[in-house]
Design a protein around this ligand. Structure first.
Ligand code: GDP
Length: 191
């Protein structure tokens, strides 16, 4: 079931493969160091491997989620590879994205503030029907927590986002994150 691989597909591709199978572009946004690459590698390869980062832009991994109603969603997951620092590039990056996952680190209030900046950017420049998720990562570091879970819940609710706390390190809620997104994607009505 592991379909992770790099490159080869038109970045603007996406949408419906057939009535039951979707293919969508998913972008990750958030401060450098919050764990975006680790979340993707955990989801796609089932590993926690902080050393095998994507080091160049314009590369992605894909992974398919099968839902209980036998529909599937193939995520084409784009990693910023550090380009989140260059705000001017961002609209190019999330063009055509059906899903945006905005990540912060629960031990870093600065990263939570930055996440809110990205949400505003997406609201301004993203596709109007984009599905947005807010992710508080590094949930294994409870003793170092500085962002209360309720702050994440409240912000996400106000902005119509799905919210979850994850740990790429322990794998907690990583699959759930992508499954919940898959369930929330708009589907073409059957004809
Ligand atoms: P990115 O810059 O957002 O892509 O962040 P990375 O995925 O490179 O992760 C940055 C650092 O955070 C790495 O050193 C990881 O080891 C660490 N990290 C990522 N996810 C977790 C997590 O869930 N728990 C803990 N404890 N550390 C994590």
């Amino acid at each position: 079931r592991n379909t992770g691989r790099a490159g080869g597909i038109n970045p603007d591709s996406g949408g419906v493969i057939d009535a039951k199978n979707l293919r969508v572009k998913l972008v990750l946004l958030g401060d450098s160091g919050v764990g975006k690459s680790c979340i993707v590698l955990r989801f796609v390869r089932g590993q926690f491997d902080p050393t095998s980062k994507v080091t160049v832009g314009a590369s992605f991994l894909s992974q398919t989620v099968a839902l209980q109603d036998s529909t599937t969603v193939k995520f084409e997951i784009w990693d910023t590879a550090g380009q989140e620092r260059y705000a001017a590039l961002a609209p190019l990056y999330y063009r055509g994205a059906a899903v945006a996952v905005v990540v912060y680190d629960i031990t870093s209030p600065e990263s939570f503030t930055k996440a809110q900046y990205w949400v505003k950017e997406l609201q301004k420049h993203g596709s109007p029907d984009i599905v947005m998720a807010l992710v508080g990562n590094k949930a294994d570091l409870q003793e170092k927590r500085e962002v209360p879970v309720q702050d994440g819940i409240d912000y996400a609710e106000k902005n119509g986002m799905f919210f979850i706390e994850t740990s790429a390190k322990t794998a907690d809620n990583i699959n759930q994150l992508f499954e919940e997104i898959a369930k929330r994607l708009p589907r073409p009505s059957p004809t």
